[in-house]
Structure formats: C-alpha cells, structure tokens
Design a protein around this ligand. Structure first.
Ligand SMILES: [Zn+2]
Length: 87
C-alpha cells in the first residue's frame, strides 16, 4: 500500500470537514445558554439585526409580540422544557 502526500492532505481536509459536521446542530440550546433578561436557562433564541438574543420560555413569550415582527430568526425550544417537566 502506498501513501502519497496528496492522499495525506486529502485525509486531513476530510478530518476538518468532519469536525465541522460534528457541530451540525448549532441551533441546539444548552444549559450554558442563559436568558438575557433573567439568567435562567435559555430555551428561545432570536436573531435581530444580526445579533443574537437568548430568552427563557417566560421572557421569550413576554418579548415575542414586540420582537416577532423584526426578528430574522425565531428558534423556540420551550416545548423541550415541558417535556423535561413531565418526565
Ligand atoms: Zn428570563
């Protein structure tokens, strides 16, 4: 079996792509994401004017009416919160 430099470079590129794929769920909010208003765990992410806002379920609903019309992106994981409470 022969390994050329070219093949080695290609496998390195493939590894880098794989690392990018590993973060294929950038919209998933984690316990490290905190509500901008109260610091509770964030379940709603809103993009407004290219800046990202994080809200807990409570503040997400509170600001939804005002922000929904100008938000470029509205990502709501608050349904996950309900599932967590049920289990
Ligand atoms: Zn909050």
């Amino acid at each position: 079996m022969q390994f050329s430099l070219e093949e080695e470079n290609m496998s390195q590129i493939a590894t880098e792509n794989g690392a990018t794929d590993h973060q294929s769920a950038p919209h998933q909010l984690t316990a490290a994401d905190r509500c901008d208003a109260c610091g509770a765990q964030a379940y709603i992410r809103v993009v407004v004017k290219n800046s990202e806002l994080l809200f807990c379920a409570h503040h997400g609903r509170k600001h939804q009416e005002k922000l929904a019309s100008i938000a470029e992106s509205w990502h709501d994981e608050s349904s996950r919160l309900l599932e967590d409470q049920r289990s």
